[in-house]
Design a protein around this ligand. Structure first.
Ligand code: IMP
Ligand code: MG
Length: 178
């Protein structure tokens, strides 16, 4: 993992290698196993970016847990509230469920701040957030993750599910814009 890679003319350098990623995810899985002992949480992964992280995190769980995925569609609103985010494919009954939202990265927090009220409307017993990455210095909305694999600086990253214009999600390590 000492090679630079180029995507659409932009150069990315190695940032966090796959072993460190897997190590950190197993720590989070262990924490979730303890926190939800005796419960059956429902993980909700947000597509597309979270699918790799969600798969690895889910495999680390030894408690009884379920997983589902949603895709978020944002519409340019004509009201002062701006974009409205709607979940596609959220057909699970969340009444009384312990929900863990799984995200690839919290950047400004806009996506999750719009999505979380929609989850609460469905009457879950609890809602927590697990994210692979956070960029604390980019945060603009009131969103706080309960489980974070890595806090990173405000630079664009690629790999491990995260893309640059659709490319790079399959790279097992995390790269950073040079
Ligand atoms: P937010 O709504 O500003 O928190 O943005 C979250 C979404 O933006 C993530 O789910 C990603 O799809 C995308 N995103 C933010 N930062 C990056 C990055 O550094 N690399 C790739 N995608 C990113
Ligand atoms: Mg995403």
């Amino acid at each position: 993992m000492n090679q630079e890679i180029t995507v659409f003319g932009k150069t990315f350098v190695p940032f966090i290698d796959r072993h460190k990623i897997q190590q950190r995810i197993s720590e989070i899985a262990t924490q979730i196993n303890q926190d939800y002992e005796g419960e059956e949480p429902l993980l909700i992964g947000i597509l597309n970016g979270s699918f790799i992280f969600a798969a690895d995190l889910f495999r680390g769980l030894t408690i009884n847990a379920s997983i589902s995925f949603v895709k978020l569609a944002s519409y340019k609103g004509t009201t002062s509230t701006g974009n409205v985010v709607t979940a596609i494919g959220l057909d699970e009954n969340l009444q009384g469920r312990h929900v863990i939202i799984v995200e690839d990265i919290i950047d400004t927090g806009k996506t999750l701040s719009a999505f979380i009220p929609e989850i609460y409307q469905r009457g879950p017993a609890s809602v927590k957030i697990a994210t692979f990455l956070t960029k604390p210095s980019a945060l603009k909305y009131d969103v706080k993750a309960d489980y974070t694999a890595f806090e990173i600086e405000n630079k664009f990253v690629l790999g491990y599910g995260l893309d640059y214009d659709g490319i790079g999600r399959n790279i097992p390590d995390l790269y950073q814009l040079k």
